[in-house]
Design a protein around this ligand. Structure first.
Ligand SMILES: [Ca+2]
Length: 239
């Protein structure tokens, strides 16, 4: 599987205090990004989490994000987390700590690949520790924080189809079980066709701490439909 990310719109809102005091944002195994922030009343863009072209500078680095593994940054076009080859892992982790209470992150992505080299997908992390490699979408198991998994490969039996977008709140002890695609630890999920599209899909992950609200939205383009764009509420729940 190959994944391209163009914009990570990272929107953070300042309300109270965060999920954890020391947390980082990441798109692991396949990612991308640009940023803005959101709340019903007030949106405060946090420039230290933005990810816009040019993605790398003359030192082959990005001011706000670390990237590594098989991730590749085209200067002005895209960020590719992995190629459509076996055993690929790539990551993007924010260099800066998230010290705000509530936040919104938006990012656009494309997933491409054939059935002979299936990847397991990619994940968005809001985690206490960063850049720890592991078996869960390239990152560590037993994480503390939030993981939103865009799972494109069905490892275990499921009553619904794939790709599946699933969220889990990690307490540092409860493991994510890849053999069941994390079913036992999920707090919510949805399914949506995401692979091999000619147009990008946009995801929005929103966390409002005072309301303990987690929301995951997908903005999916359907060129054959009159409205072209469909907003899907993938996950909406109290955590
Ligand atoms: Ca899977």
């Amino acid at each position: 599987m190959v994944m391209y990310c163009r914009t990570i719109l990272l929107s953070l809102i300042c309300l109270a205090l965060g999920f954890h005091r020391t947390v980082f944002f990441s798109l692991a195994q396949s990612q991308m990004g640009s940023a803005t922030a959101s709340n019903n009343e007030e949106l405060l863009p946090l420039s230290q989490f933005s990810l816009n072209p040019p993605y790398i500078d003359e030192y082959i680095s990005n001011r706000n994000w670390n990237f590594g593994g098989d991730a590749y940054m085209n200067v002005n076009e895209y960020i590719r987390l992995t190629q459509a080859l076996r055993d690929q892992r790539g990551f993007l982790w924010s260099k800066n700590l998230v010290n705000t209470d509530s936040w919104v992150v938006e990012f656009e992505f494309k997933l491409h690949g054939d059935s002979t080299t299936p990847g397991d997908g990619f994940a968005f992390w809001f985690a206490e520790k960063k850049e720890i490699e592991g078996k869960v979408f390239g990152s560590t198991d037993n994480f503390v924080g939030l993981g939103v998994f865009f799972d494109t490969y069905m490892n275990g039996p499921h009553p619904h189809s794939f790709p599946m977008i699933m969220a889990m709140v990690g307490d540092g002890k409860t493991p994510y079980d890849p053999s069941t695609d994390g079913r036992s630890s999920e707090i919510g999920s949805c399914t949506q066709s995401l692979r091999n599209k000619d147009w990008p899909t946009k995801a929005k992950v929103k966390y409002i701490r005072p309301r303990k609200l987690l929301q995951v939205l997908l903005y999916v383009f359907f060129p054959t439909l009159l409205l072209h764009l469909l907003t899907l509420i993938c996950l909406y729940r109290s955590i």
